[in-house]
Design a protein around this ligand. Structure first.
Ligand code: HEC
Ligand code: HEC
Length: 537
């Protein structure tokens, strides 16, 4: 096929599927619940798990494999990831146990004792409905941890990864300079406009890192977990399957990267580069597809193909939306700038090379937002590469992307005693990553522990490094405080099944049929599917 034919064919396949397939918010697999052929859209997952695994991890030429779909039918991989995220796993599929069958052990050395046991990621990340949202809580610490939403997760992963590379390059250039000039060289560690303190490089090749701030000594920006621990979505997915659901995933990628004898660099199908020469990564609980680590008779409970789809789904997950922007809200944002909130809650951050294949922009639009006043516009960000295969490669353009309204510097801060966290052994965690404020209008209660009942309370709880800024908030008049809360209220999450989009705009004015997703609109990934043989799911 030449380029024009491919484009024509892409266009027709989009139009052809636009009105035929529906988005499933699903919880159960149709085959397991006897509701196959159900007429209610979103009732269940049509494809059984083994069909979602297909031919496994594979590569871009293994038909039906996860890598094949990620490279040639990426929206379908995202749909599979979404169904896995919402899926209720069964005991037969390996769900459980919580660490071991009696759930005993020392929680200070194994946090999983206080995490699971549930049967679905959506049990804790299920709000709003059908989203990879928020809503759960785990007792991994005495005051427990609150589950953040996962909107925009891929942008966060990429920003932190690029920041790491930039900080390390500041360090290596300073070292080269110190050695060649035989003088001490001091540099500010900054990346994307965020300042992580300073380093001093000495002519003997040593580096004084006592002046670094909010990042570990290895200069790796770790965005995941409230205290900033995990680097990649893939590691988190494998860890969450295990700790929250008792499902063991074996992974040829992370197992190779973390091999004790011969660690090798690997790139996941979603494009994350794991280089053991630069970083250490988390080793999966099982590294053999025949291993039955929890003795429940189920080996390698989660196939690597499922990890691939889940990672790719979360990499591409929609960023939060923006609700009605009133004049008061706009004034509130300006006031936040004036009183120093944005010193940590950095509004926008720039990605140099974006690995996502699509972006979804979701805004207040009471006319086209039939069900919830929001309308989403999906824009593809892949390029078509004809490699002679019947379906071309659809690869990320890797263009720059401006991440707007994230409101985080991805740095750790000490907000004083009111945020310090006691551990079971009496020790204290004092620093937490600046919580991105996107979505914050939807996610009460607040704080890493969910102990602040509303936005005003969590702002007043700030102290330590944010003491000055908090005091300026407290000193504002009630009206200005209200405007800040009004602005924060415009940063919202949304249910993808109920949000009209250019992929399924619905039919405005059809109130009688409003419960029908075809009428109120959805974010219908099926509209972007490429390979008809894989079906409409
Ligand atoms: C039992 C509740 C629960 C379940 C089930 C659960 N999570 Fe979570 N998740 C949490 C909590 C709580 C946190 C915050 C952890 C912390 O900071 O200690 C979290 C954090 C995360 C994060 C990091 C987000 C960030 O910004 O730091 C990711 C990614 C994630 N979960 C993915 C998943 C996936 C994928 C699944 C299913 C395989 C899953 N979770 C299942 C409770 C849960
Ligand atoms: C010194 C850096 C810093 C400054 C200044 C700062 N914040 Fe924060 N903010 C944080 C960190 C870190 C957290 C996460 C705290 C936690 O949960 O442990 C946070 C959390 C929040 C949250 C809760 C988010 C959630 O989902 O739970 C809100 C809301 C918030 N900040 C608003 C503000 C406002 C408004 C201001 C200005 C008055 C401000 N912040 C100033 C660092 C800062």
């Amino acid at each position: 096929m030449n380029r024009e034919m491919i484009q024509q064919w892409l266009f027709f396949s989009i139009v052809a599927t636009l009105f035929t397939s529906t988005v499933r918010a699903q919880l159960v697999e149709c085959d397991q619940t006897g509701v196959d052929g159900i007429s209610i859209a979103n009732g269940c997952i049509v494809k059984p798990l083994y069909e979602q695994i297909g031919t496994g991890h594979g590569d871009e030429n293994t038909e039906g494999s996860a890598t094949y779909l990620i490279k040639r039918d990426p929206a379908r991989s995202i749909r599979r990831g979404r169904q896995l995220f919402q899926r209720k796993f069964s005991l037969d599929e390996g769900q459980g146990s919580r660490v071991n069958s009696s759930s005993t052990g020392d929680i200070t050395s194994n946090r999983a004792l206080g995490a699971g046991l549930t049967d679905s990621c959506a049990a804790c990340h299920g709000r709003p409905k059908g989203a990879a949202g928020f809503g759960g809580d785990v007792a991994t610490r005495p005051d427990s941890r609150d589950a953040p939403h996962l909107f925009g997760l891929g942008l966060v992963e990429q920003l932190a990864d690029e920041m790491t590379t930039q900080l390390r390059s500041v360090q290596s250039t300073a070292l080269e300079e110190a050695i060649s000039s035989q003088r001490r060289v001091q540099r500010t560690l900054s990346s994307k406009g965020v300042d992580f303190g300073r380093i001093i490089a000495h002519p003997d090749g040593s580096v004084d890192i006592s002046g670094i701030e909010g990042v570990d000594a290895d200069l790796r920006v770790r965005p995941f977990f409230h205290h900033g621990q995990t680097v990649s979505i893939r590691e988190f997915v494998i860890g969450a399957f295990k700790d929250e659901m008792g499902l063991q995933a074996w992974d040829p990628i992370l197992c190779t990267v973390t091999d004790v004898n011969n660690p090798q660099a690997m790139t996941s199908p979603a494009g994350f580069v794991f280089d053991p020469a630069l970083d250490s990564f988390e080793r999966p609980a099982v590294c053999d597809d025949q291993e039955d680590a929890d003795g429940d008779g189920v080996v390698a409970e989660i196939d690597p193909a499922l990890v691939d789809h889940m990672e790719f789904y979360l990499l591409n997950y929609f960023k939060p939306g923006t609700y009605r922007s009133t004049r008061g809200a706009q004034q509130g944002r300006r006031t936040m700038d004036r009183i120093g909130c944005l010193g940590c809650h950095t509004p926008d951050l720039h990605i140099d090379s974006d690995r996502r294949i699509a972006d979804v922009e979701t805004v207040y639009d009471p006319i086209n937002g039939i069900f919830n006043d929001l309308f989403a516009t999906a824009t593809t960000r892949f390029e078509i590469v004809d490699d002679g295969h019947v379906y071309p490669l659809l690869l990320p353009q890797e263009n720059p992307f401006e991440v707007k309204n994230i409101f985080s510097d991805l740095k750790r801060h000490d907000l004083g005693p009111a945020f310090h966290e006691r551990d079971y052994d009496g020790s204290l965690v004092t620093e937490f990553v600046t919580e991105p404020l996107w979505g914050v209008g939807s996610t009460s209660p607040y704080g890493h522990d969910g102990r602040s009942i509303n936005l005003d309370a969590v702002i007043r709880r700030h102290g330590g490094e944010a003491q000055r800024s908090k005091q300026r908030y407290v000193n504002l008049g009630g009206r200005e405080q209200q405007q800040i809360l009004e602005f924060l209220g415009t940063l919202v999450l949304f249910p993808p099944d109920d949000t009209a989009s250019n992929l399924n705009p619905g039919t405005p004015g059809n109130e009688d049929d409003i419960q029908n997703p075809g009428a109120h609109g959805t974010i219908n990934l099926g509209a972007l599917f490429q390979i008809p043989e894989e079906g409409s799911e």
